[in-house]
Design a protein around this ligand. Structure first.
Ligand code: GLY
Length: 369
């Protein structure tokens, strides 16, 4: 088991583990089955509310419930329909009403069992119900494991845009059971691969003696899952510890996301987050080449890596459509927008792009060299 400690406004551990022997002959348990005893130690409390979607409920809710009950919890479950379209204020308010009906107190625990949508809604509810109750993340997708479950960003979408209503709220503990990722549909796994590739482009951390990026080219992510997740989490942990509230360095994590969010939104979420970020990374990297910030080879390496993992690298959306959505992005700061550009593989920089130059930058990114 790997343990990565985050020291932010709250100190907490991220535990990463798959199946392991529990010392009993012929019996194996994974982190999910040990969740009750871990949560008992980190969070205490009397009632544990599991929040999950309909698909994950059928796969894993019972195991989590059993583990919690064995450790003395009264367990209640809130199950909502899966998908990004549930990440809205209706689901959020239903969840809050549910917690109130079940009379959860501030010292009780809300547990997100799922991907990014579940983690974001649950975290936001945990941060606002009674002005904050205890919160645990159990990510079940690669994307949630390497990104959304770490660092305390919580949110729901509103009609004006993605993630526009939310808070920073750190969990008590994150339990990343890599064996849960084996049931992921291929496309959902690929979404996470886009975020993993992003980490290889923004930071130069090593796996053994190779850079993360090189290692992804040589060894498929699914065959080095624990190492890759741990490396991405370490990168994110180090960034979050420098800039928990997203004023400076944390914006590096948004590489590919400015354009990616616009594409996701233009497609009405028909293009998934990871796919949109992949396209966003290409457009932002091509713009970087044309602005003289990085070499053409860097763009080629990114294109090759995304293609290797079966991710899309282009879009049919037009420059004016993408620009207009980017302008409503929450990363916009008055008259400019912070964009993230690669200067080489393993290093990105933040650049303030004046609002009236944004369309040109996106045009540079869209036009094939
Ligand atoms: N997903 C980007 C961040 O957590 O800052």
């Amino acid at each position: 088991m790997k343990t990565i400690t985050v020291k932010a406004s709250k100190t907490y551990d991220i535990l990463i583990d798959g199946i392991s022997s529990d010392g009993v002959a012929h019996e194996c348990v994974s982190l999910l089955d040990k969740a009750g005893s871990v949560i008992r130690k980190t969070s205490g409390g009397y009632t544990a509310a599991i929040v999950t979607d309909d698909i994950l409920a059928s796969l894993y809710e019972k195991r989590l419930k059993d583990s919690l009950e064995k450790n003395g919890y009264r367990v209640v479950s809130f199950v909502f329909p899966h998908g990004e379209s549930s990440k809205n204020t209706d689901t959020f308010l239903s969840l809050i009403s549910f917690l109130a009906q079940e009379k959860l107190s501030r010292s009780d625990i809300v547990i997100a069992l799922g991907g990014g949508v579940t983690g974001d809604i649950t975290g936001f509810a945990a941060s606002s119900y009674l002005r904050g109750c205890r919160f645990v993340q159990i990510p079940t997708t690669l994307l949630a494991a390497v990104d959304s479950s770490v660092g305390g960003k919580t949110a729901v979408n509103i009609p004006a845009g993605k993630n526009l209503l939310g808070s920073f709220y750190q969990p008590d503990v994150v339990l990343c059971d890599t064996s849960l990722l084996s049931t992921l549909p291929a496309d959902v796994f690929k979404d996470g691969c886009a975020e993993v590739i992003k980490y290889g482009i923004i930071a130069d951390y090593k796996i053994a003696d190779r850079s993360l990026f090189e290692s992804l080219a040589q060894t498929p992510i699914n065959t080095q899952l624990e190492e890759v997740i741990a490396k991405c989490v370490e990168i994110k942990r180090d960034i979050v510890m420098k800039d928990e509230f997203d004023n400076a360095d944390r914006k590096l994590l948004n590489f590919g996301h400015t354009v990616g969010h616009a594409i996701e939104s233009l497609s009405e979420y028909g293009i998934s987050h990871g796919q949109a970020v992949a396209i966003g990374m290409v457009i932002e990297s091509r713009a970087a080449v044309r602005l003289g910030l990085c070499k053409e080879q860097c763009l080629q390496d990114i294109l090759e890596m995304l293609t290797l993992y079966g991710l899309p690298v282009s879009t049919t959306f037009k420059v004016d459509e993408i620009t207009s959505i980017c302008l409503s992005d929450k990363k916009r700061d008055g008259k400019s927008l912070t964009m993230i550009f690669p200067v080489e593989i393993g290093k990105c920089v933040l650049k303030e792009i004046p609002v009236d130059e944004l369309e040109n930058v996106i045009r540079l990114g869209l036009e094939e060299i």
